[in-house]
Design a protein around this ligand. Structure first.
Ligand SMILES: Cc1ncc(COP(=O)(O)O)c(C=O)c1O
Length: 434
């Protein structure tokens, strides 16, 4: 093992040995090298005469660039666009995002957590979690209504085993009992489990009630108290898009500093929240269970994260970090966000109005939804994939089939005035087949 990796592991172990136990082999071995980046950073401070360290081209005291590119980006200073961004992301962006998280999640007040490290959006954050904490055969606990990409990241790439629990009870609540039982069993088998809490959920569009959120946290705490290590990850990709009476914060705030055997990790980003999917700007934030020793453990985890970033993608795109900084500083930002929130909320409520008419009850029911981009129909007798193909071939309507019975509808991309027609078409297509 590299001495720098050992140093980080020792630092963590000194303060919270459970966190070292949570790390995968790669997580234990990774470190941030004192290589070119560290030497360049030192030179940035001290090399007043010539700085021949940086791996970009410069001229006239700034980055070299092509005018045909800069002409299209003239609102931005070339230095904020063309050079590499720091490996943990631009410091201004990190502190602006930290302030935003705190503003929007009052339960984070008074908690100790790291500065968010910039990722190339949430998928990259999930992959960092996989690399650091999911070893071969490690258990990852998820609901059976899940974003399919988790299987690829944690299963195929990291060799973890996805353990699914039932998502909803028969009466339409979140199935806390199923979560508790699955977590207890899977954690006990390995002495460790990685839990992914994705609310608003893809594909169901559900966010738990406050009581359900508290019950999820209590279940995690019980398992930690029984002697199992839990890496509790909140995938807050659709954060803020809460349209009804649900939890309106990330569970990260309640999981942070809760128990030495719980490491809370928050993944979030501008992707869906700020409607900038292609920017690829996200964040990973850690909260250790042991409040006394938090800074050291958090610093070591940040360094390990930077090591993974350096090894896999070197650093995240700079222009989009600059664009997000500008947005977060703009007085227009909250006003425009609220406008778009209302559009999305209007669509979600319209879907519910249309479905609650009773018109389609012979063919489908629907899973609970109250947030995010999606909702799912539960077909009573038709095969979801058959219906999907028929909708596409005969009516030119695209949906996503999930398993035998579920059809996911992204109301995020259907105008409110077209929602009635969309469901009428799906109903007609279902009747064609039955
Ligand atoms: C639950 C969930 N997490 C993460 C992501 C990935 O987000 P990003 O585009 O920021 O990588 C998605 C995207 O569909 C998602 O649905």
């Amino acid at each position: 093992m590299n001495p720098l990796a050992k140093e980080l592991n020792d630092l963590i172990a000194q303060h919270n040995p459970h966190v070292v136990e949570m790390l995968s082999d790669l997580g234990k071995n990774i470190f941030f090298p004192k290589g070119i980046l560290t030497q360049s950073a030192e030179a940035k401070d001290k090399a007043h005469k010539y700085n021949a360290t940086i791996g970009i081209a410069t001229e006239n005291g700034g980055p070299m660039y092509l005018k045909c590119i800069q002409d299209k980006l003239s609102g931005f200073d070339p230095k904020d666009i063309f050079p590499y961004a720091p490996p943990a992301g631009r410091p201004e962006l990190r502190s602006l995002w930290r302030e935003k998280m705190l503003r929007e999640n009052p339960s984070m007040q008074g908690k100790h957590y790291s500065n968010p490290v910039v990722t190339s959006a949430l998928t990259h954050g999930l992959s960092i979690v996989g690399d650091l904490f999911v070893g071969v055969d490690d258990h990852v606990v998820l609901p059976d209504m899940l974003w399919g990409n988790y299987n690829l990241t944690f299963g195929t790439c990291n060799g973890g085993v996805v353990k699914k629990h039932n998502t909803f009870t028969a009466t339409g609540g979140y199935d806390i009992e199923a979560f508790r039982t699955t977590l207890k069993q899977t954690a006990a088998e390995k002495g460790k489990a990685v839990v992914i809490l994705n609310f608003p959920n893809n594909p169901s569009g559900y966010t738990p009630t406050v009581a359900e959120g508290d019950a999820l946290v209590a279940a995690i705490l019980d398992v930690a108290k029984s002697g199992c290590n839990i890496v509790a990850v909140t995938d807050d990709a659709y954060f803020g898009l809460f349209y009804e009476d649900s939890l309106k914060e990330s569970l990260f705030g309640k999981l942070a500093n809760l128990h030495p055997r719980i490491l809370a990790i928050k993944l979030d980003g501008a992707t869906k929240e700020e409607f900038v999917w292609g920017f690829r700007t996200g964040f990973i934030t850690f909260a250790n269970g042991d409040t006394k020793a938090t800074p050291d453990v958090l610093t070591a985890l940040e360094k390990k994260t930077m090591g993974i970033i350096r090894a896999k993608i070197s650093n995240c795109p700079h222009p989009s970090q600059t664009f997000v900084i500008e947005a977060l500083r703009s007085p227009e930002f909250p006003i425009q966000k609220e406008e778009k929130f209302q559009v999305m909320k209007g669509r979600s409520l319209e879907v519910k109005r249309v479905l609650n008419s009773g018109k389609y009850d012979s063919v489908w029911g629907y899973y609970p939804f109250n947030s995010g981009y999606f909702m799912c129909l539960k077909l009573k007798s038709l095969d979801a994939e058959k219906l999907r193909l028929h909708l596409l071939d005969k009516y030119g309507v695209g949906t996503i089939s999930i398993g035998k019975t579920d059809l996911r509808i992204a109301f995020s991309c259907i105008a409110k005035e077209n929602i009635q027609e969309l469901f009428d078409i799906i109903f007609q297509a279902a009747k064609d087949l039955s």
